[in-house]
Write a protein of this length. Structure first.
Length: 421
């Protein structure tokens, strides 16, 4: 080690060139390294959820959970399986083997296994399969309010969601309490009695027309073409114009003659309000390789333009901004580094020689930027954990710099030459 130190001490020009190179690489890393609130963690978990309204926990386990478990047991790459049954619902949590060879496709394999399970026909919806991904992290939440009807507000929210997904760095937009669009049909009993129409006829009419299914293939001179019936209802006019009955004279009885059809939303489970107005809540999640500060700055720039795009009556409020934690830690790191360099220089300048003070202080930013470049090469991001470590190491560097500078001065005062000291 002493020979290595002597080699560099005797070659000041080489040391200065290396120092400048390290500084430049560190500055490059400071602009390119990703900043996040928390480090990326792969949780290696998959969750399966199912709802079965009206069923007891025993029925949920016997009719839903057990058939799914039997299909999943045949899969490779699952380390542990935990299932819990509740009244009307149930969950299955799968802990994955991190060393599994099929890690990339395990989620799709689980989904296929769930689809193969023989489940009750009266399930309101198919079980969902969700991979718990710690790399996709929420960065900010929004509240969108406007003096609009619930249906119009949902349409506005859908448009803003598409705009958000087109922004750089945005991976996903979640809307808690999102209400599914529905077409509500309210029949008039007196009109039904007058026209001799039953509920069964109305139900069968809706079931037979609201379809979207393939019907076969057709050979043409241009090749084979697939045929498909597209009859899904798009709006209330499509439903109201359905023909219940017709005769040879051209007289028709349409559904709109005996019922009122309106576009509405499913009953809400959660209500959001901003200053007394109905609002939508959105959670923005960033991509794995995106910088949290850049993403939030891009989001805020877009949100400032929302009133100009969709009207002055649209108000957007932001809360739970996770980028502020990153900004605070970066500010602490920067302030501690600047204060440390200043304190080291003043302490050494007051009690030691100016040359020793300058040389020792010059080494602090070199070490700091060198460590930053190593983090960048290693793929580590600047997050709360890595910045906390940087702040702690920065304090140790300050102490070590003072001790080394004082020790060099001590040997010089004993009569040694600066090179030997």
């Amino acid at each position: 080690m002493s020979n290595l130190i002597r080699f560099f001490v005797e070659r000041g020009l080489l040391v200065n060139l290396i120092s400048i190179g390290i500084m430049l690489l560190g500055l490059f890393a400071a602009y390119e390294i990703n900043r996040e609130a928390f480090p990326n963690v792969n949780l290696d978990q998959i969750q399966i959820g199912v709802t079965y309204p009206g069923a007891t926990p025993e029925e949920v386990e016997r009719l839903v959970i057990t058939p799914i478990e039997q299909e999943i047991k045949a899969l490779n790459g699952i380390d542990k399986m935990i299932s819990v049954s509740f009244p009307g619902s149930g969950t299955i949590t799968l802990d994955l083997d991190p060393d599994a060879t099929n890690r990339d496709r395990i989620t799709s394999d689980v989904q296929l296994a769930v689809d193969r399970a023989e489940l009750p026909d009266d399930l309101p919806r198919q079980p969902y399969v969700l991979e718990i991904d710690g790399t996709v992290f929420p960065v900010i939440r929004l509240a969108i309010s406007a003096p609009l009807s619930p249906v119009e507000l949902k349409r506005l929210g859908d448009q803003i969601e598409q705009d958000l997904l087109n922004l750089d760095g945005v991976a996903m937009v979640q809307t808690p309490g999102d209400r599914k669009a529905e077409l509500r049909i309210v029949v008039d009993p007196e009109k039904m009695h007058r026209q001799r129409v039953s509920i069964a006829e109305v139900s069968e009419l809706l079931r037979s027309w609201n379809i979207n299914a393939p019907i076969g293939e057709l050979d043409t001179v241009d090749g084979q073409k697939a045929l498909r019936i597209v009859g899904e209802f798009r709006n209330s006019e499509d439903v109201a114009s359905l023909v219940l009955r017709a005769n040879d004279r051209g007289n028709t009885l349409r559904l709109g003659d005996i019922a009122t059809v309106e576009e509405t939303l499913a009953n809400p489970h959660v209500l959001y309000n901003v200053s007394g107005e109905t609002a939508l809540s959105m959670i923005i999640l960033k991509k794995t390789d995106a910088d949290i500060i850049d993403v939030v700055d891009t989001l805020r720039a877009y949100l400032n333009r929302v009133p100009d795009i969709y009207g002055k009556q649209v108000h957007v409020e932001t809360f739970e901004d996770f980028s502020r934690f990153t900004r605070m830690r970066l500010a602490v790191l920067t302030n501690n580094g600047a204060a440390g360099i200043l304190l080291v220089f003043l302490s050494l300048f007051m009690f030691l020689r100016p040359s020793v003070a300058t040389t020792t202080t010059w080494g602090l930013p070199i070490i700091f930027f060198g460590g930053l470049y190593i983090l960048y090469l290693s793929g580590v991001t600047l997050n709360l954990i890595s910045m906390l470590g940087f702040i702690m190491v920065l304090g140790m560097m300050v102490d070590d710099a003072i001790i080394i500078g004082e020790n060099i001065t001590y040997h010089m005062e004993k009569g040694l030459k600066p090179l030997n000291a």
